[in-house]
Design a protein around this ligand. Structure first.
Ligand code: ATP
Ligand code: MG
Length: 347
């Protein structure tokens, strides 16, 4: 069968989706304690718009095994992340919150999509190159195929919008290409074509140690990130030692990525413009600015931490929320898998 990329396909099959609301899907890997970048680039945006959309939020544990991880850590991180989703403000009454491996259709669609993904497309993925580093020969094939699993996650739910940080832009593009390719190949609107939803503020929070790298949970140096569970003393210490430069000007300046990163975090927390922030700190030094940033961070994270501790200490309720979420999304996922199989001729 040849692919006609110019072919127009019908709108996708939108089963189980309320006619008036767009569907949002996103997820985070339970690889470690989540950090400020995950919050500002992803969760905070999910929370802000949850009333407008039909929401599906996943804890993507199948992604977390693409790199080695201790079984106990994986199990515990999964529950901790669920508690943090809710502590940050996701309302289980309005959002389907679940664990990826509880819905086996993720793995099933991922395999099928792997067979439709040209190697050349995956070879262009920059995250794989960054994560594999010099271990190209020894990292798992799962790490290489990660973007296809992510495409399956999104496409299973006929997703319209994918709120993510800037680092996931390329993977959402690949998801769109893959959906378009599949729909064209079978001349059938099997998948909705999703769009990335990347907000300006907080889309790319950089490492506190090396501001040319993004902040990452998997960074071996914990001083590179602020986790959502860091206490005030730890936040003060990490911001205090965050990389800046020898100048004293508290101004946004791409040539000084350390202070600019800290200012960008401050901006994401306060909603102030560049000019307002620069005016507030005119004539002041990095010490004053870092103290103000620390205060804002503690103010933002304290209530989240308080709710988190209540949730994590009530495991039966948390498990019940996750079970309910999986039970709610499974029929949607199964419907898509059946449409995919029908199109291909499987079964
Ligand atoms: P890992 O190092 O394990 O890949 P991560 O910090 O990159 O962890 P992910 O679970 O891969 O976190 O990503 C979860 C969400 O957080 C995604 O939407 C991603 O775009 C967003 N995100 C991750 N890092 C940042 C960051 N530094 N700034 C803004 N958003 C981010
Ligand atoms: Mg990541």
């Amino acid at each position: 069968m040849s692919i006609d990329t110019n072919q127009q396909v019908q709108p996708a099959i939108t089963q189980d989706k309320p006619a008036t609301k767009k569907r949002v899907f996103s997820g985070i890997q339970p690889t470690n304690n989540i950090h400020l970048g995950n919050y500002l680039g992803a969760i905070r945006n999910w929370v802000e718009t949850q009333d407008q959309y039909d929401n599906v939020f996943c804890i993507v544990d199948l992604h977390a095994i693409t790199l080695p991880i201790d079984p106990k850590d994986l199990h515990n991180n999964t529950r901790k992340l669920a508690a943090l989703y809710l502590a940050c403000g996701l309302d289980a009454a309005h959002c389907k919150v679940f664990v990826q491996s509880h819905v086996h259709q993720h793995a099933e669609l991922s395999w099928i999509l792997n067979c439709f993904t040209p190697m050349g497309w995956l070879n262009r993925m920059t995250q794989f190159k960054t994560k594999a580093g010099d271990d190209m020969e020894t990292v798992s094939a799962g790490l290489y195929c990660y973007p296809v699993l992510m495409a399956g996650d999104i496409l299973l739910y006929q997703t319209d919008l994918v709120p993510v940080g800037d680092d996931q832009r390329q993977h959402v593009e690949l998801t769109r290409d893959l959906a378009q390719r599949f729909n064209s190949l079978y001349n059938k609107p099997v998948f909705t074509i999703p769009k990335a939803d990347i907000r300006a503020a907080g889309a790319r929070v950089m490492s506190l140690e090396d501001p040319t790298k993004k902040m990452s949970k998997s960074d071996p140096n914990p001083n590179a990130y602020i986790t959502l569970l860091d206490d005030p003393k730890t936040i003060k210490k990490k911001i205090g030692r965050a990389t800046t430069d020898s100048e004293r000007l508290v101004t946004f300046d791409p040539a000084r990525p350390g202070i600019t990163n800290l200012l960008t975090i401050y901006q994401a927390l306060t909603g102030q413009s560049n000019q307002e922030i620069e005016a507030d700190f005119a004539g002041k030094g990095y010490g004053d600015f870092k103290a103000a940033l620390t205060e804002r961070l503690v103010e933002t994270l304290s209530p989240i931490q308080q709710r988190y501790h209540e949730l994590i200490n009530d495991m039966p309720t948390l498990e019940a929320i996750l079970k309910q979420g999986a039970d709610e999304v499974r029929p949607m996922a199964e419907h898509t898998v059946q449409e995919v199989k029908k199109a291909i001729g499987l079964g």
